[in-house]
Design a protein around this ligand. Structure first.
Ligand code: CDP
Length: 252
């Protein structure tokens, strides 16, 4: 898509359209345990993205033919709601949401201790309430907090964010204008503790050197998001612990 006349993705001071420096994330808010009836849940805002994740299970696997006698499967359903984008999105699954659901399921299956729950399914629903580029990353960030909130045994949280190339500059966490009019977008999920990459895609063109710089930038973004995920879980569970303590105090 051509850049509208007069629109500069990076200005003369090196700042982006929303005022960020190339290596800055959008403001992020993460809240754990926001839905009462789900086994686990999380809400994430990443810039103008607003995303809810709900986890159910481990529970009997449906459809039955997907059951694995040796382990659980993770079934992730990414859904962009009709009102989440500028042009109303037609409800229901499409090629894009099927692809995103698949790659998110695969990333989450790498961290959950699946062998502990044979024949079951861990169902993860991701609802994009408002989209502004980077929803698969924000969805994965939310989903792993929701899995932890459900108490599902897993070896790590999965932070994700994109980097890319905009006006010949390598930038972190592209927003919608940068995604539309930029040169490349590279979503990445990275475990800071072990150095593993659980998701890496790329749209557009970069040289090998640019690609390597974008990967490093996205890894740095993931490390910052990882800390926020941990804080969100601690916030929720420290409240529960202090409520339990005050109840115990009333009884005694
Ligand atoms: O959201 P993400 O960057 O992971 O995926 P994308 O396919 O690169 O989409 C980028 C953005 O385009 C989304 O976040 C939405 O803001 C927008 N989009 C849209 O407006 N309508 C669609 N049907 C799909 C995406």
């Amino acid at each position: 898509m051509d850049l509208p006349e007069g629109l500069k993705l990076i200005d003369e001071n090196g700042k982006r359209l929303d005022g960020r420096r190339p290596d800055e994330l959008r403001p992020i808010k993460i809240e754990a345990g926001v839905l009462k009836r789900a086994d686990g849940s999380a809400y994430v805002e990443m810039g103008k993205n607003k995303i809810l994740a709900a986890v159910y299970g481990p529970r009997e696997c449906h459809p039955r033919h997907l059951q694995d006698p040796s382990k659980a499967i993770v079934q992730c359903a990414y859904n962009m709601l009709s009102f989440s984008v500028d042009d109303r999105k037609r409800p229901g699954p499409d090629r894009r949401s099927i692809e995103i659901s698949k790659i998110l399921s695969e990333a989450l299956e790498r961290v959950v201790f699946l062998e502990q729950f044979p024949r079951t399914s861990i169902d993860v629903y991701i609802a994009v309430l408002q989209a502004n580029a980077g929803t698969r990353c924000a969805g994965l960030t939310a989903a792993s907090v929701a899995l932890a909130d459900a108490g599902i045994p897993m070896r790590d949280l999965v932070p994700a964010c994109a980097a890319g190339k905009v006006a010949d500059t390598i930038v972190l966490d592209l927003n919608k204008e940068e995604d539309n009019f930029g040169q490349a977008d590279l979503p990445l999920a990275y475990l800071p503790r072990t150095g593993e990459i659980l998701l890496l895609q790329m749209d557009g063109h970069m040289t090998q050197d640019e690609f390597e710089r974008a990967v490093e930038l996205a890894k740095g973004g993931c490390s910052r998001i990882y800390a926020l995920q941990q804080e969100a879980l601690k916030r929720k569970y420290s409240v529960i612990v202090s409520e339990e303590e005050s109840k115990a105090g009333e009884v005694s």
